[in-house]
Design a protein around this ligand. Structure first.
Ligand code: PPE
Length: 306
């Protein structure tokens, strides 16, 4: 995976890629004391555009507040401008953007107030997150032996770096077992989300997805709500049991990195006819056009880099 770029934005400076380093004694490394975003930009007829930039910049700052930072030196507008600058100076069209706010300059003894927040933003060209064949064939998933965080253990509305140890456990186990992705259940035993995606079930022409209390409030999830409504599919937020996955007509997962991918099989049970189903295909089609600014209805989601 080539993650190179010309520059990484670090606290207001554009630092050459090889020089964008952080000291070993940074609490972010030792304790996962950082929050991040995953954002994509796409080539459009009007040049590169960052998809749902404001929502991602807002969630980054919200994550930092949830982590406990009491005052942040950046506004949503400043973060958004820095993200656009990072894409522009690197000359990227389609790319993945990774801003991180991390605890710097102190913050040992496990007290956030002992350090300051620092912000860095990288971008790189990142293709198919769930594999080359994911879009064409769908992916195979297992229900993980690991449980998703209880919100009073690791706060799930924040993309806190340390939260992702849980995703590492589940994904590594899943891939070692021969699957492509893991589905995690919440502490009550209902379906929560995947290691880096929200999940939807399709049954009798309706979309069902877990409510957000135990999971990340995915921005792709919210785009899919809008697209589904516009296509005439009702969306219900309600608990989903493991066996409701097995008898679904279709299951698909959504996220910035993964985009929208059908599940062909869960725990060795074919979903529907084992191919990406018609509702998933219809939603994928609109989503892929929307991210590239091809649909006037959704063009407000595209922030042109200029
Ligand atoms: N749940 C989790 C746990 C999650 O990490 C993501 C994003 C989502 C749901 C979907 O959220 P959204 O991107 O706003 O629709 N996962 C990001 C990180 C993946 C990674 O490997 O790192 C992403 O998709 O960028």
């Amino acid at each position: 995976m080539a993650m190179e770029s010309k520059f990484i934005w670090m606290n207001g400076e554009l630092v050459p890629f090889e020089k964008a380093t952080i000291h070993f004694l940074t609490p972010a490394l030792h304790y996962g004391a950082a929050v991040f975003e995953g954002i994509r930009a796409y080539n459009t007829a009007k040049g590169p555009a960052v998809f749902r930039l404001t929502e991602h910049a807002e969630r980054l700052l919200d994550s930092a507040r949830i982590f406990g930072f009491r005052s942040l030196p950046w506004t949503v507008e400043q973060v958004s401008a820095a993200i656009k600058d990072t894409v522009r100076v690197n000359g990227f069209g389609d790319c993945y953007i990774r801003p991180v706010i991390y605890l710097d300059g102190g913050g040992w003894n496990l007290n956030v107030d002992g350090g300051q927040p620092a912000l860095a933003i990288a971008a790189w060209e990142w293709g198919n997150y769930l594999g080359e064949e994911a879009l064409a064939k769908g992916i195979r998933a297992n229900v993980s032996s690991f449980t998703r965080h209880h919100p009073n253990v690791m706060m799930t509305k924040a993309k806190i770096s340390g939260n992702y140890a849980n995703s590492y456990f589940a994904k590594t186990e899943s891939v070692r077992l021969g699957f492509d992705e893991a589905i995690l259940l919440d502490p009550q035993g209902y379906v929560a989300e995947c290691t880096g995606e929200n999940l939807f079930v399709v049954r009798s022409g309706k979309l069902i997805t877990p409510a957000t209390a135990p999971v990340l409030e995915g921005i792709t999830r919210s785009s899919i709500f809008q697209i589904a409504a516009d296509l005439g599919y009702p969306v219900l937020e309600q608990p989903i049991s493991r066996d409701q996955l097995y008898i679904a007509d279709e299951v698909f997962v959504v996220g910035t990195a993964a985009e929208c991918i059908g599940l062909s099989e869960i725990d060795f049970r074919a979903i529907g006819d084992g191919k990406t189903g018609p509702v998933t295909r219809a939603i994928q089609k609109v989503y892929h056009a929307a991210i590239r600014g091809k649909l006037p209805k959704y063009e407000a989601w595209c922030a042109y880099v200029g």
